[in-house]
Design a protein around this ligand. Structure first.
Ligand code: SF4
Ligand code: SF4
Ligand code: SF4
Length: 427
């Protein structure tokens, strides 16, 4: 590591490295500016050599021909800034390069920091994420997503309530968590630096289990009790925020409380017509045409603009009634609370939504769909024992999207189980 670092080249190589990540980081001069504000050239040079999967400091030091202590110090400075994750496991320290999302974008904006040029970063991230659809496309273009909508439990009719599973309930996720962290909402915090944050509360991002422990340890989250977390949830519901959770069944890692104006996921859905950037809940909003007074409250409340007013055949006070576009509806239940005339209810979707069992399955599914399976599993080319699996993955990735999808659907569980079993040995 004693070589001279060539600034521009190191940042370009880091961008390419980050683009290998499942959620991607397409090239743009603006993104290079963001990297220059976050990483020194020397850090960029080191970061681009950090694998996308957790690797022990010992192994990495050997690979980079560095002293362990020297590497540990550099990694811990970057981890403080939220640029890499470092975790202790069985008395060994592991490091992994943070993706852009969920990664260093959130870690930069989920706390207030005087030492960071947050205003400049907010403007650059805004341009990078929304001036065209390339970044949104690299994250959200496929079926398996990072986030899924949680229906408000109280919005469900009592008969259907029993059909809701624990991982679909915000309350059950909160009560099952051993550790809960509370941080600033990165999206609204970023919006505040752009002078356009809404009035919704900002301290609303909840993390659970290992994610919470890591953020608490790094000073990026405050540890709170289940009771406090339930109080935050209630406050968010009162503010009309929609709950979006980690798209897994077991060990849900986060619940976001999102507004339709500042939230990056919802904003992308509306701006770039990416209706599936967040996985829907298993319910849909349905307006009772007879009861609807056409008061507009649900339209204002829906974070996605999924409800419109249409002409009513029979005359009402306004002559109009609300209509929910089922293609757009996330099934969050925010509109049910907004309607004072009890004219909206949630009905179950005909086909239940598939949610990956755990984070590993979700990542593999996302990687397959985005053609990045080999980046994820075979990040370290020296692990030649993975060659056979690499061949399978490469063939799958080369298939046309339709063929890949058809191939993945029936073999998902069998193929994933074998790949996961093989890969887990090396994780
Ligand atoms: S996803 Fe939602 S809650 Fe999470 S940081 Fe963005 S707006 Fe805030
Ligand atoms: S119509 Fe809008 S507010 Fe109502 S459940 Fe659907 S997405 Fe949520
Ligand atoms: S809030 Fe209720 S009454 Fe008002 S437009 Fe919506 S469904 Fe109709």
């Amino acid at each position: 590591m004693g070589h001279i670092v060539n600034n521009q080249r190191e940042y370009l190589l880091l961008q390419q490295r980050l683009d290998h990540n499942i959620t991607g980081a397409p090239y743009s001069p603006i993104f290079i500016e963001i990297l220059k504000l976050l990483f020194s050239a020397e850090e960029a040079d080191l970061a681009r050599q950090i694998p996308l999967r957790p690797t022990s400091i010992k192994t990495l030091a050997r690979k980079l021909d560095m002293h362990i202590e020297q590497l540990r110090d550099k990694v811990s400075v970057m981890a403080e800034k939220g640029l890499v994750f470092d975790v202790e496991h069985k008395e060994e320290c592991y490091v992994v390069l943070a993706p852009v999302v969920i990664g260093f974008f959130e870690f930069v904006f989920m706390r207030t920091r005087d030492e960071m040029p947050l205003k400049e970063l907010a403007h650059l991230f805004e341009q990078y994420m929304f001036q065209d659809d390339r970044f949104a496309h690299s994250i959200f273009s496929e079926t398996t997503q990072l986030g899924r909508s949680l229906v408000r439990e109280e919005a469900l009719p009592s008969g259907d309530y029993t059909e809701i599973l624990d991982w679909e309930k915000a309350s059950a996720v909160i009560y099952s968590a051993k550790t809960i962290g509370l941080s600033l909402c990165a999206c609204r915090h970023k919006a505040s630096h752009l002078g356009k944050s809404c009035n919704a509360p900002q301290k609303t991002c909840m993390t659970f289990h290992g994610s919470a422990q890591m953020l608490i340890k790094k000073g990026m989250a405050e540890e709170i009790s289940c009771k406090d977390a339930m109080a935050v949830l209630e406050k968010c519901k009162e503010a009309g925020l929609a709950q979006i959770a980690d798209n897994v069944q077991n060990h849900v890692g986060f619940i976001c409380n999102c507004c339709g104006c500042c939230c990056g996921m919802l904003h992308s859905m509306k701006t770039f017509s990416m209706g599936h950037a967040v996985v829907t809940s298993n319910w849909l909003a349905q307006v009772d045409a007879e009861k609807c007074r056409g008061c507009n409250a649900c339209i204002k409340a829906c974070p996605l603009g999924a409800i419109v007013l249409e002409k009513k055949t029979q005359s009402t006070s306004t002559g109009r009634r609300a209509f929910c576009d089922e293609e757009l509806c996330l099934g969050c239940g925010v509109c049910v609370a907004a309607c004072k005339f009890n004219s909206i209810h949630m009905k179950p979707r005909e086909k239940r939504v598939l949610v990956p069992e755990n984070t590993f399955d979700r990542m593999i599914s996302m990687a397959i769909e985005r053609g990045k399976l080999s980046n994820f599993i075979f990040d370290d080319p020296s692990r030649l024992s993975h060659r056979a699996l690499g061949r399978i993955a490469a063939l799958l990735e080369k298939s046309s999207p339709v063929k890949a999808f058809l191939a993945i659907e029936p073999i998902k569980s069998v193929f994933l189980k074998s790949i996961v079993a093989g890969a887990k040995k090396f994780v």
